[in-house]
Design a protein around this ligand. Sequence first.
Ligand code: FAD
Length: 315
Amino acid sequence: MAIFVYAENINGVYKKAAFEAVSYAKAIADQAGDTVTVISVNPTDSSDSLFKYGANNVINIKDEGLKNFSAKSYAQAVNEVFTGNTIVFPHTTDASSIAPMLAIMKNYSLITNVLEKPENLSPFQVKRRAFSGKGFMHAKADAQGVIVTVSQNAFGVKENPVQGSEEIKELSIINDDTKVLSHEQSSGKLDLKEAEVVVSAGRGMKGPENWGMIEELAGVLGAATACSKPVSDIGWRPHSEHVGQTGKAIAPNLYVAVGISGAIQHLAGVNSSKTIVVINSDPEAPFFKSADYGVVGDAFQVIPALTEKIKALKG
Ligand code: FAD
């Protein structure tokens, strides 16, 4: 039986997290001697980008009623075409709200935030992130089928080109009565959740008038900007930039934290980043314990100097 995977797209264009989920599904399929079937809703991207990561079959759901995201309707749509006993979702905001609904519809086990290939397939057992990234656990599925969400940047995107096929499935799901009251876009040019590099700043910046240097550093690094919770609470930065336990959870390749103390609630949203650089004037700031690289210094001196150095390096 094929290993299924849900490939999320934004306005029809596949996310990097979708390729990571397909790569993960391919690893399970290889373990099980199976194939990979991708489910996608209203994509505009070519399925070739999915074949590259090991998708043998792509089911493209076409449904005008699913133009706007609704977890319930999307779960219904996926439920219509998912006929296997294993499905992989990326651990994105949207996909991780579809997965539990599908788990209820199918009466399957749900294991979120998985980090590695399964340790065992029958019963399905896998290592997952727990306690907001402060620990790990080994979870075992106890139902006939299993739904997993893959923690972003944990498994990685792995090319595994195959000759795949595509089928179109026309559906007409009745969209539920969910109303979108507000949909705040990130103010930056780059989508924070998708960005490979993020420059983030906290209360150490003293005021919103000082964010020019953060934006300039982000500009030379090709980074998105983020901030700590109090910074968005006081209105220095938009809420769309707030990262942490109660904000966005991100997992870029590089996270640069400027004037942020590193409270546990902040770390909960950023500690999946591959490399963390902390710039803080207090050598005792807790963030240094989680940093790969640390600079003890005044941000008002370090950031302009760093930006100039990077500009010079880039020629
Ligand atoms: P501060 O703690 O005030 O730290 C400022 C830092 O800047 C200090 O380390 C200081 O040494 C440094 N600094 C000062 N001047 C300079 C300078 N010139 N150069 C360099 N460094 C300097 N927080 C989040 O961020 N995200 C969340 O999702 C979140 N959720 C929460 C949920 C709950 C239920 C609770 C109770 C709290 C939550 N918090 C969250 C708040 C969190 O506990 C911290 O209060 C917050 O992260 C602190 O923000 P900060 O680091 O910007 O500010």
